[in-house]
Design a protein around this ligand. Structure first.
Ligand code: SF4
Length: 65
């Protein structure tokens, strides 16, 4: 599983990085980025889905490998 952030949608609410700092960081410009190339480590899948559901801009998507 991988996560990615659409920079055109992200508004920097920071919810993703707060919910899952293992998966996301927010840069100095307020845009979120997926860490580790977006790879979701085993056991983090539910957190990744939680972030998708909690992004108010629908900016996070998941791809299954
Ligand atoms: S929750 Fe969504 S809009 Fe907010 S920083 Fe994360 S990706 Fe961007």
């Amino acid at each position: 599983m991988r996560v990615q952030v659409d920079p055109a949608r992200c508004q920097g609410h920071n919810r993703c990085a707060t919910l899952a700092p293992e998966l996301f960081e927010v840069d100095d410009y307020g845009l979120a980025h997926a860490l580790n190339g977006g790879v979701v480590l085993p056991g983090m899948e539910d957190k990744a889905r939680l972030c998708v559901d909690n992004c108010p801009e629908f900016a996070i998507s998941i791809a299954e490998d």
